[in-house]
Ligand binder design. Structure first.
Ligand code: PEP
Ligand code: MG
Length: 579
């Protein structure tokens, strides 16, 4: 029977395909048959992974003792260690390797699922609470077994619709549009990285659909309408027909926008605006070119660090960055240094500090880089080497003080000296060093930051989050996440004026840059450079070409005189002819 669910459409478009449901907390593991004579070696792999897991948990326990965490945690670690002895989990997995010839990962996964189902059937609250513990231990063994970084959704059929509790940044880094047609999840916010990545890859995505996973099973037909925020399970032939027509209409609109790719981004009164692209993954380069981007205004380098336990070497980073600089063929590339922490997991970088140290208000972005000087040095050196192949700028995330910029400039100079000692080429002059204006402190201290920075890039996603104290990934407060809030707009205006006064370039690269609705306001506030998801460049360009800067500036002035977000939205929509 057809079932409809309403959520939050965060990446537009329509996708139809078979569902691939990921049970919460379950890892996807490859399954293969192991020949009889190879089984002892497979059993040995399992034993080694279990020993490693014991060592990891002992280390966590020692750390917990140092941190004087609760007694309960100590019991928990002891219980985990017990599970790694001759337990039902480990024994069961060994039996499946020897008896059924399953590979170790799949053997652990199958045993784990069996135990979890048995626990769930017991209808006992205490045992139900243990399910997550067993799952945790099992997943740890599986991770240790998979030397290859985990490839989420590798088992999904081509053209699948992913149905999951949540998409982690590592998941989204694996969302290949050639294989994944669309996705819907229970959790997540519109400005979270899952949403950003899906928009960048053109994968329709609906968030905030809590009951979906229970209503659909893998293989069932699903429609995702990322424009309207609707998910339809088991659609009737009539519904399918309606959505096929919507898809055809959307294609026609895209074709009509086609010519926007080649015309300049100039307003009616002849003001030129630079429309650059944000890039999360190298596979988007094709989209960047196809949409006629003036350059890369924000290269998020997190992809280099994702889905692995170690950090990439200088050489690896250089090769990846050079490829992007080369592909842009002389157009500028703004490379942002590592911005993990907050919602983007810092993985191996935190060591004994633990993930909690990198919370949204913790060691995120430049703060983590300045603590991890080796990692930062390797990245800066790789960027300097890549900068020998084309125009590059370096952008620092999460800056809140002048000293962070000074320290990074020192590190950049040291990296340049190191290259000279190695007799390697160094770009001369060194690339401009700029800061993201994405925390209120940076916006309010923009005058001071402008003295030590070569350019600014406003990150309106985080600026909105931190100003409004509204988690960008939390669907419960998604209605409060509003970049048209006067507090956010005043900070954007303040930072823009500071940059213009100091005569340094300023751009805006948060998600609002890619929404044509905001273009008159942003240009009216003095911005002349926007960086966005590449697919939106033609749309924004179309709006800019129909715009008169003088009128937009007057409207921006009127908007800045308002204190009510609703009135601000109304004034903007009226200007856009939307009201
Ligand atoms: C922002 O915060 O607006 C931004 C562009 O950075 P990110 O989305 O990568 O945090
Ligand atoms: Mg940010």
């Amino acid at each position: 029977m057809e079932k409809r669910f309403e959520g939050m459409g965060v990446s537009p478009g329509i996708a139809v395909g078979p569902a691939h449901v990921r049970e919460a907390g379950t890892l996807e593991v490859p399954e293969r048959h192991v020949a009889k004579k190879a089984r002892p070696a497979e059993a040995k792999r399992l034993t080694a992974a279990v020993i490693l897991a014991r060592r990891q948990i002992k280390r966590l326990k020692a750390q917990a003792q140092k941190d004087t965490v609760t007694q309960e945690m100590h019991f928990l670690f002891d219980a985990y260690l017990q599970m790694l002895e001759d337990s039902r989990l480990v024994r069961g997995a060994h039996d499946l390797i020897q008896g059924k010839g399953l590979n170790a990962e799949a053997a652990v996964q199958k045993t784990l699922t069996g135990i979890i189902h048995a626990f769930q059937a017991m209808d006992n609250a205490y045992i139900a609470a243990r399910v997550e513990d067993v799952r945790d231990v099992g997943n740890r063994i599986i991770r240790n077994l998979m030397r290859e970084p985990l490839k989420p959704f590798s088992q999904a059929a081509p053209g699948s619709i992913i149905i999951a509790d949540q998409l982690s940044p590592a998941d989204t880094a694996q969302l290949d549009p050639a294989r994944i047609a669309g996705a819907a999840t229970a959790l997540g916010g519109a400005e979270g990285h899952a949403a950003i990545m899906a928009r960048a890859l053109g994968i329709p995505l609906v968030l905030g659909v809590p009951d979906l996973a229970d209503a659909v099973s893998t293989g069932a037909k699903v429609i995702i309408d990322g424009t309207r925020g609707t998910v339809i399970v088991n659609p009737t032939a009539r519904t399918l027909g309606v959505y096929e027509q919507l898809k055809v209409d959307a294609r026609k609109v895209a074709e009509r926008l086609g010519h926007m790719r080649t015309v300049p981004a100039v307003t009616r009164d002849n003001v030129t605006v630079a429309l650059a692209a944000n890039l999360e993954l190298p596979i988007e380069l094709e989209m960047v070119k196809r949409n006629g981007a003036a350059g890369i205004g924000l290269l998020r380098t997190e992809f280099l660090y994702m889905s692995r336990d170690d950090t990439p070497t200088e050489e690896e980073q250089y090769v990846a960055l050079k490829e992007i600089v080369d592909a842009m063929d002389g157009k500028p590339v703004t490379i942002r240094t590592l911005d993990v922490g907050g919602e983007k997991p810092a993985q191996g970088l935190l060591g004994d500090l633990g993930e909690a140290a990198a919370s949204a208000l913790g060691l995120r972005g430049i703060r983590l880089s300045l603590k991890h000087t080796k990692t930062m040095d390797a990245q800066l050196t790789a960027i300097l080497r890549a900068a020998c192949h084309g125009p590059v700028r370096i952008l620092l995330p999460m800056v809140s003080t002048v000293s962070e910029v000074r320290q990074t400039r020192d590190a950049l100079n040291r990296a340049a000296q190191k290259l000279k000692r190695r007799k390697q080429k160094v770009p001369n002059p060194l690339p401009p060093l700029g800061v993201m204006i994405e925390v209120p402190a940076a916006a309010l201290a923009a005058d001071a930051l402008a003295q030590v920075s070569d350019f600014f890039a406003i990150g309106s996603n985080d600026l909105t989050m931190y100003t409004l104290a509204t988690d960008r990934t939390n669907e419960h407060v998604a209605h409060l996440f509003d970049s048209l809030h006067p507090a956010v707009l005043r900070l954007i205006q303040f930072a823009t004026s500071a940059a213009l006064r100091a005569r340094i370039p300023i751009s805006l690269c948060g998600e609002i840059a890619g929404d044509p609705r905001y273009a008159p306001l942003l240009l009216g506030l003095g911005l002349r450079e926007l960086s966005m998801v590449p697919a939106n460049i033609p749309l924004v360009k179309q709006r800019i070409r129909a715009l008169d800067i003088a009128a937009a500036t007057r409207r921006a002035d009127a908007i800045m005189g308002q204190v009510d977000p609703g009135r601000i939205a109304a004034l903007l929509d009226d200007f856009n002819g939307l009201s």
